[in-house]
Design a protein around this ligand. Structure first.
Ligand code: S3P
Length: 430
């Protein structure tokens, strides 16, 4: 449990941990490539460590000294049958992407995870992978993990995905590496494209056009050096705090600004935020920049449509930020939030209400009437890291004391979060 008080101006520089999506993929792709993949900036959060553990169970040597990860790839067809069930912990990315890879192997495996994972929808990958010829099923027959997979020869398909989900898209593309022909996915709106970028970097043939991406079957992928940029989803908490708390000025270094992930920056600008991008680097597939964030008078906005997948994980903290904005903020087309680590629409609405906000839950989003002061409250995180961190930000703006219950869930994506926040508050005070 963590207790937080209203903050004074936040000032200083910080670096956030590596991008979670890119960290997962760098280990997965390294594991099925030939040669060594060297990763720096890898996120040492519980989710990404689950990915490492799963591949270790399939005979992939991974050395992780905390600052550099070396993956000695076994090639596309060199993974060993796991002796035990593969435990993906809390990580949806691990279960879904790994399912794509395992569908094309020549062995059987079972994937599971924690209580939250065992409630999350897996039919969204079972359906397309089955169309490719995969033998994949939900062990309890409820469309959730545990999943049993018996590797099979796969065929290429063109899948029209009903959801904009990078996990669904990536599971299909990874299975496509093992298929007998081209595999194509079309999404209703483009989701994060780290898989397609990294597949290309590892030597696979991919083609993207709008919200459609194809991959050709591969004979071999080649190990690479990867420098993982800071996670914009982690930077989001400091962006929001910096904007909301009067007198703040924060420089957040080396943040990934891939256009399929930078929706929060676009929304902040729509809300009138003062954010400057410095040292922009577009030389690598994954662009980066330093973000200079200055406290701003915010105004309400509408967040909908194709913007949603580009900021899906940031919506809880955007909802918090909307409380400090003048006017109404409407979030719609975001029903996906209900099937994340928790039902995030409900979790945000309930916790905002506990803090005195004027926030209403809708079928596919939230309506927040800003400008009302927040007061401290006891926050139920529902074991969801993004709820814990979003409400830590709310706590810094609210009057009185806020208690974040079971705050250790932040370890999923941001192990040093509270320490970094405390250091920043302390150094800003000096
Ligand atoms: C992720 C994709 C998103 C996101 C999750 C990470 C990924 O999920 O919410 O935190 O790494 O591909 P969906 O693909 O289900 O939208």
């Amino acid at each position: 449990m963590i207790r937080l008080q209203k903050a004074k101006a936040l000032k200083g520089e910080l670096t956030v941990p590596g991008d979670k999506s890119i960290s997962h993929r760098s280990v997965m792709f390294g594991a099925i490539a030939s040669g060594v993949t060297e990763i720096t900036g890898f996120l040492q959060g519980a989710d990404c460590l689950s990915t490492i553990r799963c591949f270790s169970q399939m005979g992939v040597p991974v050395e992780n000294d905390g600052s550099r990860v070396l993956v000695r790839g076994r090639g596309l067809r060199g993974l060993l049958p796991p002796a035990q069930v593969l435990d993906c912990g809390n990580s949806g990315t691990t279960v879904r992407l790994l399912s794509g890879i395992l569908s094309g192997q020549s062995f059987s495996s079972v994937l599971t995870g924690d209580a939250s994972i065992q409630k999350r929808p897996m039919n969204r990958i079972i359906r397309p992978l089955s169309q490719m010829g995969a033998d994949i099923s939900s062990v309890s027959g409820n469309g959730c993990a545990p999943l049993a997979i018996h590797g099979q020869p796969l065929r290429g398909i063109h899948y029209q995905s009903p959801v904009a989900s990078a996990q669904v898209k990536s599971a299909i593309l990874l299975a496509g590496l093992y298929a007998d022909g081209k595999t194509t996915v079309t999404e209703p709106a483009l989701s994060r494209n780290h898989t397609e970028l990294m597949l290309q970097y590892f030597g696979a043939r991919t083609e993207s056009c709008g919200a459609t991406v194809s991959v050709e079957p591969a004979q071999e992928l080649y190990g690479q050096k990867i420098s993982v940029p800071g996670d914009i989803s982690s930077a989001a908490y400091f962006i929001a705090a910096g904007l909301m708390i009067p007198g703040s000025e924060l420089l957040i270094r080396n943040v990934g600004i891939n256009p399929t992930r930078d929706g929060i920056l676009r929304v902040c600008r729509m809300m009138g935020a003062d954010i400057t991008l410095l040292n922009e680097n577009h030389e690598n597939a994954e662009p980066t920049a330093d973000l200079l964030v200055r406290s701003s008078s915010l105004k309400g906005t509408v967040i909908e449509g194709e913007l949603i997948p580009t900021l899906i994980d940031e919506l809880p903290v955007i909802a918090v930020m909307a409380c400090a904005a003048e006017g109404t903020t409407i979030i719609r087309d975001a029903a996906e939030l209900k099937v994340k680590e928790s039902n995030r629409i409900q979790a945000v609405a309930e916790n905002l209400a506990a803090m005195g906000a004027d926030a209403a839950e809708t079928e596919d989003g939230l309506i927040i009437r800003g400008g009302k002061p927040l007061h401290g409250a006891s926050i139920a995180c529902r074991a969801d890291h993004r709820i814990a961190m979003s409400f830590a930000v709310a706590a810094l703006w609210a009057d009185g004391e806020t208690v974040i219950e079971d705050s250790s869930c932040v370890n999923i994506s941001y192990p040093g979060f509270f320490r970094q926040l405390e250091q920043l508050e302390w150094s800003s005070f000096l």
